[in-house]
Ligand binder design. Structure first.
Ligand code: SF4
Length: 64
């Protein structure tokens, strides 16, 4: 999780926009690692590696 950026962008309210956080992730150098660790740790909230929690859930299902 990007502590340097706006936490509100990375932990949007329910139904809030995740676009800002994803934009930051697009250019992030550790995006792959970030996503992987989020999946490993079963992170439930916020944007990780450019994916919202719902998108990560989908990804996980597909990987199983
Ligand atoms: S990929 Fe992870 S570390 Fe990089 S900007 Fe996104 S949330 Fe932050």
């Amino acid at each position: 999780m990007c502590a340097q950026t706006d936490p509100e962008a990375f932990f949007p309210e329910k139904g809030g926009s995740t676009r800002e956080a994803k934009k930051v992730c697009q250019t992030c150098e550790v995006r792959a690692e970030c996503l992987e660790s989020a999946l490993m740790n079963d992170e439930r909230f916020g944007i990780w590696g450019g994916l919202s929690e719902r998108e990560r859930r989908k990804l996980k299902k597909r990987a199983v």
